[in-house]
Ligand binder design. Sequence first.
Ligand code: NAD
Ligand code: DAU
Length: 369
Amino acid sequence: MNSSRNLLVTGGAGFIGANFVHYWRRRHEADAITVLDALTYAGNRANLASLEGSAGFRFVKGDITDRDLVAKLLAEQQIDTLVHFAAESHVDRSILGPDEFIRTNILGTHSLLEACRKVWLGATPRPNHRFHHVSTDEVYGSLGTDDPAFSESTAYAPNSPYSASKAASDHLVRAYHHTYGLKVTTSNCSNNYGPMHFPEKLIPLIIVNILEGKPLPIYGDGRNIRDWLFVDDHCQGIERVLERGRIGETYNIGGWSEVENIDLVRRLCRIADDVFKADVSLAARFPGSPCARGLQAESLITFVRDRPGHDRRYAIDCRKAETELGFAPSITLEDGLKQTFTWYLGNEPWWRAVMDGSYRNWLATQYTA
Ligand code: NAD
Ligand code: DAU
């Protein structure tokens, strides 16, 4: 491993990217970090506020499709490690409007690869480089109840415009290694949750809606299964890949934590009921919540129209990362959900600020019972 690194983190103002930047900063103080982020609706500079102005940290507002900007950053900042999170990440948005997913996830990844090829493999090669691509388990498609979990050799079968765009980007990354010798690694991770998660995704949406006393929308019959991983454990997995992963390899990262959506939502409801009982001051802060009136949060559960093409089950077999890299999820789902609920209670201004008018209008079109 390098003694110190110069990282370029794309999408570092988003949910996982920002958690990764903080995680890396805590554990690798000597490393320099440049964040490149376009600050789309999902990017939030406040996620990095505590790092602004600190030595070795730099924020650049810019688009990953801007190849000249990326090449300039790679050269001027002497970047040796690029960790690529930037993406359009929400499946429902990809169904409503795939264009931006094609542009950012496919063309953007291609632009980054070209900039890296130019700077790292060009006239003055930089042999000690790494392009780490952050991808998803959704590229493998959907599993039946008894199917084995996705392994690294499972054939790709993406079903949504989002997962198809991520699959395309995975293939481009692979091809740049095979054809040009770019030093790449890829990780395919299951569903993340934790602090700074934009409240359009299931877990933060349910937490915020419980607090505001709004319906908890469950798509279809609620029996779709996801494998949940606390975001810091995903960061740990990426760290292991950067430190110990073999060039050109892909690694699955997951939580061994499969849960039906309805079960997950009920667990969050029980956590809310308990937290409100333990802290009576919450009733005054969140008077719209049923918990404030001694009612159960579950009373808000509302079954709504299913997501088109909704994948039934994801499950990750992460034995390769465990045995080769020493990766191990460290936070149980129950503890992770409690920590996450507590974070949203303690950061009300954060989620109120991201849930502005335009976002709410979009949200309102989604939940037709
Ligand atoms: P997010 O939507 O919260 O954040 C994406 C970030 O990328 C935002 O800060 C946004 O401003 C930035 N961005 C978008 N387009 C950009 C562009 N053209 N140029 C520069 N920046 C741009 O996403 P997330 O949930 O943090 O996911 C991060 C990565 O991890 C994505 O690649 C996603 O596919 C992958 N992933 C996510 C999950 C999950 O559960 N959220 C699981 C597995 C893999
Ligand atoms: O599996 C990894 C993927 O996980 C990532 O690649 C994506 O970027 C990330 O968004 C996530 O995708 P999902 O579609 O699984 O996450 P989402 O939170 O949108 O939905 C989780 C499950 O909950 C899914 O089965 C759909 C369902 N759902 C979602 C929402 C937003 C509901 O039932 N109601 C909802 O309101």
